[in-house]
Design a binder for this molecule. Structure first.
Ligand code: FMN
Length: 400
C-alpha cells in the first residue's frame, strides 16, 4: 500500500463522525490537491454539487447543503411564464410527493449485471407560483453567499412542437429578466442559468419525435435567452437530455452546441440527464425516467467521442468519486448528483453529520472508489506537478 493510500484510509476512518472544518484547506495541506474548480466558467470551491430536483426546492435543503460543504447547488426547475402568467410548458408544473429509491441492474453490454440505484417518481417541475420561486432563489443566494456555495436557477422554457413555428419569446424575456433581477441584488457578475431539456421530453411524442425539431431547439434556445434584455448578463448552460434516438444522435446534439457561435452559442453544457423507459409503469403512469449504471455507461461512451471546447458539468449516476473522475477524464470540471443523496443509510460509512456530509465523505475519502485516490493515482502516473488544478487535469485528460 502506498503512503497516500494509507493516509486516505486513515482519514476515511477519522472523518466518520464529522468532516474537517475547512475541507478544501485540509485536502490542500494534506494531499496537495486543490479542489477549486469551475462550473461553466465560474469559480467554485469544490466540484461537487447538487443537481436540480426534489432535493433543492426549499431553503432548508439549500442551507443544509451549503453548510455541509457543497461547491454548488442547482435549484429545482421552474416552468417559464410570460408577464400575464401564461405558461406554455404548464404540463410540466405538476407536484409529486412520493419518490421511490430502488436498486437497478445494468443492461448495456459493458455494465450488464452491475448494481446501481435509481429514483422513480412521476412529478416534473416547480409546482408553486413563480413569485414563490423568486423568493426561494433570493433566500438561496443569501445562504449560498454566506457559505461560498454557488446557487444556480434552472428553467424549462417554451419549446415549439414540430408543427408549431413560433417561439414564445415573451416567456424567455419575462422569466429570465425576473430571475436576473434577484441575482443582481446579490451579485454584479453574470448569472449562471441551466436550461433544462428534461428526459420526460423523450417520452412526449408530440414534442420530440423529430430529430430536426430537437436540433432546432438547441440552436435557437441560446438566441432566445441571449437576446432578452438581460441576455448579455446570462451565463447559459444547456442541460442535455437522453433522447429516444440513437447514440449518434446524442453526439449530434452535443455537436450542435459546440458548432454554434455568437448569440446561438451556449456558455456551457450539462450532460446528461436520465434515460427514459416508455414501458415502465409507476403509480398508474406509463413511461418513467431512470438512472443507474446504464445512464453513466451511455453518457461516458458518448462523451468519450465528443471533441469540445465548451465547459462541461457532469450528471448521471455519480455515486462514487471514481465515477466523478471518469467524467473528469471526459472534460467535466463539476459533478452534479441527485440519486446519491437519496441512497439508504447503509450505503454511507460516515455515521454522523448530514446526508450531504456523508455523501462528500464517500465521494472524497473512500479508500477504493474515492476521488482523492483517483486524483493521486493519476498524478503519480503522469508525474503532474503538485499545483495542477482540476480544470487543468480535465483539459489534459479529455478526448482530443
Ligand atoms: C426525483 C428527481 C427529480 C428531478 N428533477 C429535475 C428537475 O426538475 N430539473 C432537472 O434539470 N433535472 C431533474 N432531475 C435530474 C437530476 O438533476 C439529475 O441530472 C439526474 O437525476 C442524474 O443524476 P443522478 O444519477 O445523480 O440522479 C431530477 C431527478 C430526479 C431523480
Amino acid at each position: 500500500m502506498s503512503s497516500y493510500q494509507s493516509q486516505i484510509l486513515e482519514d476515511f476512518e477519522r472523518f466518520k463522525h464529522a468532516l474537517p472544518d475547512n475541507l478544501e484547506e485540509y485536502i490542500l495541506e494534506q494531499y496537495a490537491i486543490s479542489l477549486a474548480s469551475t462550473y461553466g466558467n465560474l469559480a467554485i470551491k469544490n466540484p461537487f454539487g447538487k443537481a436540480s430536483g426534489q432535493l433543492s426546492l426549499n431553503a432548508n435543503q439549500i442551507e443544509r447543503d451549503a453548510r455541509s460543504g457543497l461547491g454548488f447547488a442547482v435549484l429545482k426547475t421552474v416552468i417559464a411564464q410570460d408577464a400575464s402568467g401564461a405558461q406554455s410548458m404548464k404540463a410540466w408544473a405538476i407536484p409529486a410527493a412520493r419518490m421511490t429509491v430502488e436498486e437497478i441492474i445494468g443492461t448495456r453490454e459493458t455494465v450488464r449485471g452491475e448494481k446501481g440505484w435509481t429514483v422513480t417518481w412521476k412529478g416534473r417541475g416547480w409546482s408553486e407560483t413563480f413569485e414563490a420561486y423568486l423568493e426561494f432563489f433570493d433566500r438561496a443566494l443569501e445562504i449560498g453567499r454566506k457559505n461560498e456555495t454557488l446557487v444556480i436557477p434552472s428553467v424549462k422554457y417554451h419549446l415549439p412542437r414540430p408543427d408549431e413555428n413560433v417561439w414564445r419569446s415573451s416567456e424567455y424575456e419575462f422569466t429570465t429578466g425576473k430571475l436576473y433581477e434577484v441575482w443582481n441584488k446579490h451579485n454584479a457578475s453574470p448569472m449562471p442559468l441551466e436550461k433544462d431539456f428534461s428526459p420526460t421530453l423523450a417520452g412526449d411524442m408530440n414534442f420530440s419525435r423529430e430529430r430536426e425539431n430537437i436540433l432546432s431547439w438547441l440552436r435557437e434556445v441560446p438566441s432566445q435567452i441571449h437576446k432578452t434584455s438581460v441576455g448579455p448578463n446570462i451565463h447559459l448552460g444547456l442541460k442535455i437530455f437522453n433522447a429516444a434516438h440513437s447514440d449518434d444522435f446524442q453526439l449530434e446534439m452535443l455537436n450542435m452546441c459546440e458548432s454554434t457561435s455568437g448569440q446561438e452559442r451556449a456558455d456551457y453544457v450539462i450532460y446528461g440527464n436520465r434515460l427514459f423507459d416508455p414501458n415502465k409503469e409507476y403509480e398508474g403512469v406509463s413511461g418513467v425516467a431512470f438512472g443507474g449504471p446504464d445512464l453513466s455507461d451511455r453518457n461516458l461512451s458518448i462523451l468519450s467521442q465528443w471533441r469540445h471546447s465548451l465547459p462541461l458539468s457532469a450528471t448521471g449516476n455519480i455515486t462514487t468519486g471514481k465515477m466523478a473522475f471518469e467524467y473528469l477524464k471526459r472534460g467535466a470540471t463539476s459533478f452534479q448528483m441527485h440519486t446519491l443523496f437519496q441512497l439508504p443509510d447503509s450505503e454511507f460509512e460516515m455515521k454522523g453529520g448530514t446526508r450531504t456530509a456523508r455523501a462528500l465523505h464517500r465521494l472524497l475519502f473512500h479508500p477504493q472508489d474515492g476521488f482523492l485516490l483517483c486524483v493521486l493515482h493519476e498524478k503519480e502516473v503522469r508525474a503532474w506537478r503538485d499545483s495542477i488544478s482540476i480544470p487543468e487535469m480535465a483539459a489534459q485528460l479529455r478526448p482530443s
